[in-house]
Design a protein around this ligand. Structure first.
Ligand code: ADP
Ligand code: ZN
Length: 614
């Protein structure tokens, strides 16, 4: 399939322009250069190797870590008329032979291969026989032994360079931090590769952090008010919490399913499938879920527990809104999160250096949670990027939080911790501050302390907020070996002595009265005119049927964004239809007439006063 990259972009993929650095990467790869591509999730990495694969002679080999998801990538390409196939352990022997024959005959442009499969002698020998356009190594951060996605097979991919020195390689990842980048370059022998770093901003994602009160209720409210019927992912730290949350959501009518390492491979595969193929499935998962899932229409990612680092947080939230339509990244965060994570870090078998690194990462995460300024700006700064002005699309930008002079409260809390001997946890300290009538307090004689009852003017929730923020800022630490007892740090001293003031964020009160439910359709309407909604629904229904017939996810046929354009622009000829983003030559031929017919029917029915959407 020859042609210039730009021409193929329109003809095959139906896009009229490259995004960001795509063009430079494509050109570099076509010219035979090696590269390392760092781009956020949803940034458009696939095109960076798919287009050169079509322009360069021979077959491109794509290394991808998750077998279950290769099929979707191949289906997506087949829909656009690209000759794609995969080689992995799920294929029957006959299918393997068939793929091998097609490859030898020059009938495959893109071959997706699992790393362990690729490095087998049979596959390597096969590749010796054919012309190779390039190697693409997707999710390249899997070579990093420090990262949470480490895959030992990835380490051996450096062998590709030795065996096929003339074939250009392109490694791609959404993990941007410098140590990972260095590891990828070393381990994959990409020291001389050109590095392309795309902007990491995901402007369509709205970042929100709420103080944790009753997390499940808060989550339910989010779903009811803003994401009814939407696909989404809810992350929790423990399996038990995953199970409980999924069950609880199901009882409320949400199509929620649990996903964690304790479930069998079969169940996990089915769950993943249901998510990818469905339109409104919510996955409740431990962090093990999500890598390599290219579902473009995930409308929200919710964290019920604090992630371990901003890297993990950004990667997880990045799974929302790949299609560029509005999406939500929401997190409930509280003092217990800090304690639990500290506990995990301290209790781990890791060496001291590793622990210090983890604590630093956790601190950055806490700092993010407690921000009173633009969250996006801080996130991007963490990844080395500067955002000129506040984003206008995070909670702090949209509803600037109040802060208050908490110096006195901080002094009271710190001195209460000190006077009770730095041996007690949050609950006890708050009880003493509030002057609770309590046997234990009397037994310790703490009812005679000067700090007993000194803080009765704040309620327990407010005190938790104060202490959480003091911990997050490092004025207090939680000793996890001593049952979560609070202890002062050196940073507390100037505050106790009255030499430093403390400004704290005033946590918003939980909304007692639920807002009038806003359904998905209203959200979509903020992008789509209200009058286009019925047509959009009709187009979606047709897409759903096609997807079911062909056994592929709906978005493989058309993205929501393409359907919205159709509903807005209402193309009535094939030429007009071809101008819709995401419509290339193959989709035009397969689906053009069919969708135009729906638009026509709809228009004529729409004029009749009592007509309903088909
Ligand atoms: P990544 O792998 O970086 O997460 P993808 O390659 O899946 O991202 O692309 C994200 C989405 O952006 C896909 O739905 C893709 O179709 C779309 N996309 C990619 N490049 C372009 C482009 N040049 N114009 C319009 N849409 C694009
Ligand atoms: Zn902002």
């Amino acid at each position: 399939m020859p042609g210039s990259a730009r021409e193929l972009l329109g003809r095959v993929f139906g896009y009229d322009r490259f995004r960001g650095q795509q063009e430079a990467i494509v050109e570099h790869t076509i010219a035979g250069g090696d590269s390392l591509v760092l781009m956020p999730t949803g940034g458009g990495k696939s095109l960076c190797y798919q287009l050169p694969a079509l322009v360069r002679p021979g077959a491109a080999v794509v290394v991808s870590p998750l077998i279950a998801l290769m099929r979707d990538q191949v289906d997506t390409l087949l829909q656009t008329g690209v000759r794609a196939a995969c080689l992995n352990s799920t294929l029957a022997y006959g299918e393997v032979l068939d793929v091998e024959d097609r490859l030898r005959a020059g009938g495959i442009d893109l071959l997706y291969v699992a790393p362990e499969r690729l490095l087998g002698e049979r596959t390597l020998a096969l590749l010796d026989e054919v012309e190779l356009a390039l190697f693409a190594i997707d999710e390249a951060h899997c070579v990093s032994q420090w990262g949470h996605d480490f895959r030992p097979e990835y380490l051996q991919l450096s062998a590709l360079h030795e065996r096929f020195p003339a074939v250009p390689r392109i490694a791609l990842t959404a993990t941007a931090d410098e140590p990972t980048r260095r590891e990828i370059r070393e381990r994959l022998r990409l020291q001389d590769a050109r590095v392309f770093i795309a902007g990491f901003d995901r402007p369509n994602i709205r970042y929100r952090v709420v103080p944790k009160q009753s997390p499940r209720e808060q989550l339910a409210r989010l779903l009811d008010n803003e994401h009814r019927g939407d696909a989404g992912i809810v992350y929790c730290l423990s399996r038990r919490r995953v199970e409980e949350t999924a069950e609880w959501l199901r009882a409320r009518g949400v199509d929620a399913r649990p996903y964690h390492a304790g479930l069998g491979g079969r169940v996990r595969g089915d769950t993943q499938d249901a998510f990818v193929r469905g339109e409104g499935v919510v996955i409740v998962a431990t962090i093990a879920f999500g890598m390599g899932i290219d579902k473009p229409d995930v409308r929200f990612v919710a964290h019920l527990d604090l992630p371990k680092s901003l890297e993990a947080y950004y990667q997880e939230t990045g799974r929302a809104g790949r299609d560029g339509l509005p999406a939500t990244a929401w997190m409930a965060y509280g003092l217990q999160d800090v304690i639990t994570l500290r506990q995990m870090v301290d209790g781990s078998e890791a060496g001291e250096a590793r622990k210090r690194l983890e604590i630093r990462k956790l601190d950055a995460m806490l700092g993010y949670c407690e921000l009173t300024t633009c969250r996006r700006r801080t996130l991007l700064a963490y990844f080395g990027e500067t955002l000129g002005e506040a984003c206008g699309n995070c909670d702090n930008c949209l509803e600037p939080p109040e802060s208050w002079d908490a110096t006195e409260a901080a002094q009271q809390a710190l001195s209460c911790v000190y006077r009770t001997g730095q041996r007690f946890g949050v609950g006890y300290v708050i009880d003493v501050l509030r002057g609770k009538d309590d046997d234990r307090i009397r037994r310790f004689g703490h009812d005679r302390l000067t700090t007993f009852g000194i803080g009765a003017d704040l309620d327990a929730r407010q005190w938790r907020s104060v202490i959480r923020q003091l911990v997050a800022r490092g004025l207090l630490r939680v000793d996890v070996e001593k049952y979560g007892s609070l202890q002062l740090t050196a940073a507390a001293r100037p505050v106790l002595r009255g030499e430093a003031t403390v400004e704290l964020r005033r946590d918003a009160l939980p909304a007692r009265k639920p807002r009038a439910p806003r359904e998905t359709r209203d959200r979509v309407q903020s992008v789509l005119g209200a009058e286009s909604q019925p047509l959009f629904d009709a187009l979606r229904a047709r897409r759903r049927e096609l997807a079911a017939e062909q056994g592929v996810p709906p978005y493989v046929i058309f993205h929501d964004a393409s359907l919205m354009e159709m509903a807005e622009r209402r193309p009535r000829t094939l030429d007009e239809f071809a101008a819709i983003p995401g419509v290339g030559a193959t989709k035009l031929e397969r689906y053009g007439e069919m969708f135009i017919a729906i638009i026509r029917t709809h228009e004529s029915e729409g004029r009749a006063p009592a007509a309903a959407a088909p």
